[in-house]
Design a protein around this ligand. Sequence first.
Ligand code: NAD
Ligand code: MG
Length: 396
Amino acid sequence: MKAITLLGSTGSIGTQTLDIVAQYPDQFRIVGLTAGRNVTLLAQQIRQFRPEIVAVCDEDKLLELKDAIAELDPQPILLAGESGVVEVAQYGDAQAVVTGIVGCAGLLPTIAAIKAGKDIALANKETLIAGGPVVNPLIEKYGVKILPADSEHSAIFQCLQGVMVGGLRRIILTASGGSFRDLPIDKLAGVTVADALKHPNWSMGQKITIDSATLMNKGLEVIEAHYLFGMDYDDIDIVIHPQSIIHSLIELQDTSVLAQLGWPDMRLPLLYALSWPERIHTDWERLDLVKAGDLTFREPDHEKYPCMQLAYAAGRAGGSMPAVLNAANEQAVALFLQEKIQFLDIPKLIEKACDKHQVDNCESPALDDILAADRWARQEVLADSMELGDRILSVR
Ligand code: NAD
Ligand code: MG
């Protein structure tokens, strides 16, 4: 029986993780849960999984939650705010913490979990992208494992089992191409939030669905792969694979290429992150190659999707630059979701922030430098977006 804590339990990753726990009650037990604002769902989860400790985003939601589970006996420890989430992350005898929080909000709780000796089942890629220079040394210092739950990185990790150190030559990340895969470049200017949220293959939270539409998600995954597997940026490639059946590939020194295949279903990488190094038998739909049909591949279009190259550049610059890229992206995506900027403004705002940060890029940032770079980039994007707002209004 493995004890796990789940951060972001009401989201896409969170609910799929709990599906797994419900399906394998002999294998997994929930110690702690955290969520943002969806108290109704969180209360149901508490009744079903009986965690020892729970945190919500703020005091108002905490009052709502106390009301919603008043009849429960025994009561879990109930906390609020960022400090509450950090407390849950480091609490008790959980062996692994699944990070299903979205954005850099996952950084401090993840660090707390590592310092408490817990393995990390990493879905929250923003944490490693912004905090890689701080998180990686901590993983080594505290002797914990970081088990990738992002489907591409899980695929790479699965292929790497049994490959000796030094055997890996290149990583090939597959990308579905996102919502606008088949839309001509000159039509991108007018796309709406609703258009961008229609992902062809995966059902995910809003932020990552927009990241998939801009292909920033793949750019972020390049940086994630760099920090997870220690590969040079020159040896991490992207290929568009519209069917999302091959979840990524590795090339070995002798040119042999290994791939991991499966239906697009996040439960599989999540289960492997929780069961590693073992394999748990499931009754999930098995892959049928004939039914999957043609598997096709094409080169990514960097003119249509500049975010990938912005991410490569930020990754190569290193230091606090990936934190700036990530925070600028989070802020720009939030503004797009609020319909305050247009789709094509997203890469422009990110590029501007990264350009400005070049002079201040901190080569070996400490946690405070990363948090400061994150705050600075968000403010920059907000300020720059005001100018765009004026432009949009004057055009109307
Ligand atoms: P989501 O929006 O569906 O869920 C996010 C969860 O985090 C919710 O429970 C929300 O309440 C909570 N949350 C959000 N902001 C918070 C804050 N400031 N403090 C505390 N809790 C907060 O997102 P998701 O799609 O599940 O994605 C979660 C993470 O997993 C992201 O980093 C994403 O990139 C990564 N990921 C997701 C998928 C997927 O299939 N959804 C695949 C690969 C990677
Ligand atoms: Mg992914």
